[in-house]
Design a protein around this ligand. Structure first.
Ligand SMILES: CC(C)[C@H](C(=O)O)[C@@H](O)C(=O)O
Ligand code: SF4
Length: 475
């Protein structure tokens, strides 16, 4: 299908799109073939739609599931889930997948975890694939060089029934981050700096390809964090070209391709051709990025830790002034207050953004030999069973426990609180998740997004702190 374009330089997105096109409709929609379909316990209605129509899933062997949104993080069996409504969601996923022969990494399975941690970790998410899931943070999987995006519940039913999906072709945007990151600056700070620069709507309608020396230098965990938040910049998807880091990460994983050498040879043809053009180009100087903290209720409201709460009086227009007033009121903040003086009540290290082994290590490096400040409740929620096992093998759980952190069981937990893990009204949370929307972590809860190292620094000092000072032994 794509041969006729082979002599024209194409972006990685265009190559994957072309390879998955089944047919183009006159209204501009394209039918795409879906390689992998991931399911979680947050979207149970799709199976009901199929059942009502008497339709069976078209390709159960291309569909994989794990419960994450409704699982308890203080127990590991369905029976122990206290709230019957939460228990029902987890049970429903188990019933639906069992009925149709869909592989589920359920509670107690050694691979259970947050779906966006499980996909890459099991080797299910691979370069060149078209991967979808009824969840906005499906953009995460693009870190491996896949085209991966979230779909709505009607589309989930459509993919289950047909293994295809209608889509309008998005535009392309390349975000190049050159230079080198400073000590204590992570992929989370890079993506918060990007969103602060281009805004939460900056990439609307676009698939982002991240490029440049900083991106090439990121570990796979860092790339997953980066692509995870593409959606918070409005992007349809985010991707990073596969390279040796990608191949080394996938090799040996349970679902890694059996024809390994051929697969790598195919993957090597994926990166955007020299001379390929993007609809939009953005550049950032990676060397100038500092540890970031959000202060408002959109991920774009992020500032370097050395900054102060902005003044609505300085807003560009009346509308923005009103939004800022509302956010400062909700967040309980006063213009001019230094970010590094803000006290925290709770700390959450987890979510599909920052719950991988590297995140655990970064937080443990700060927690080691220190104590969670008096009055602060700090949680570490590993993203999956494999992350938990690896962290425990390295003794990280002991580091956290000795410092006064709670070491919990894998799931989405306080990121969205659908399982009941929420913060009380007015509570200020340093959180490694991806959304700081009003009420996201509980009605009235005040979320500040940070990296795992910055979250651990806030936990042990009791207020937001420049982690670089702790790492340098200055605080
Ligand atoms: C429940 C799910 C559909 C939702 C999403 O789409 O992202 C959730 O994961 C979130 O992070 O808000
Ligand atoms: S961890 Fe948070 S962002 Fe990720 S899938 Fe779960 S609720 Fe959504």
């Amino acid at each position: 299908m794509s041969e006729q374009f082979d002599d024209l330089p194409r972006t990685m997105f265009e190559k994957i799109w072309d390879r998955h096109r089944v047919l183009d409709r006159e209204d501009g929609q394209t039918l795409l073939y879906v390689d992998r379909h991931l399911l979680h316990d947050g979207g149970a209605t799709a199976f009901d739609v199929l059942r009502k129509r008497g339709v069976k899933p078209r390709a159960p062997d291309r569909t994989f599931a794990t419960p994450d949104h409704y699982v308890a993080t203080d127990s590991r069996t369905i029976a122990e889930i206290q709230d019957p409504r939460h228990r029902e969601m987890v049970e429903k996923l188990a019933r639906n997948t069992a009925e149709h022969g869909i592989r589920m990494f359920g509670l107690g399975d050694p691979n259970q975890g947050i779906i966006h941690v499980v996909g890459p970790e099991t080797g299910l998410s691979q370069p060149g694939m078209l991967l979808v899931c009824g969840d906005s943070h499906t953009s995460t999987h693009g870190a491996l060089g896949a085209l991966a995006f979230g779909i709505g519940s009607t589309e989930v039913a459509h993919v289950l029934a047909t293994q295809t999906l209608w889509q309008r072709k998005p535009k392309t945007m390349r975000i190049t981050v050159d230079g080198t990151l400073g000590d204590g600056v992570t992929a989370k700070d890079v993506i918060l700096a990007i969103i602060a620069q281009i805004s939460a709507a900056g990439a609307t309608g676009h698939v982002i390809e991240y490029a440049g020396s900083v991106i090439r230098g990121l570990s796979m965990e860092g790339r997953l964090t980066l692509c995870n938040m593409s959606i918070e910049a409005g992007g349809r998807a985010g991707m990073v070209a596969p390279d040796e880091t990608t191949y080394a990460y996938i090799k040996g994983r349970p679902y890694a391709p059996a024809d390994w050498d051929d697969a790598v040879a195919r993957w090597k043809r994926l990166p955007s051709d020299p001379g390929a053009t993007f609809d939009a180009e953005v550049t950032l100087d990676g060397s100038a990025i500092e540890p970031m903290v959000t202060w408002g209720n959109s991920p774009e409201d992020a500032l370097p830790i050395g900054g102060s709460i902005p003044d609505p009086a300085d807003a560009a227009d009346e509308e923005r002034r009103e939004v800022m007033h509302r956010m400062l009121d909700y967040m309980g903040l006063t213009a001019g207050t230094r970010l590094d003086t803000l006290p925290v009540d709770r700390v959450f290290i987890g979510s599909c953004t920052n719950s991988r082994i590297e995140d655990m290590r970064a937080a443990a490096d700060v927690a080691r030999g220190r104590q969670v400040a008096a009055g602060v409740e700090a949680w570490v929620v590993p993203g999956s069973e494999p992350v938990k096992r690896q962290a425990e093998a390295e003794g990280l759980h002991e580091v956290f426990r000795a410092a006064g952190f709670a070491w919990r069981e894998p799931g989405c937990s306080m990121c969205l609180g659908t399982n009941g893990d929420i913060a009380a009204p007015g509570v200020r949370v340093a959180s490694t998740s991806n959304r700081n929307f009003m009420g996201r972590q509980g009605p009235g809860a005040r979320t500040h997004l940070v990296s795992p190292a910055m979250a651990a620094a806030a936990a042990v000092t009791g207020h937001f702190t420049d982690v670089r000072k702790l790492l340098a032994g200055e605080a």
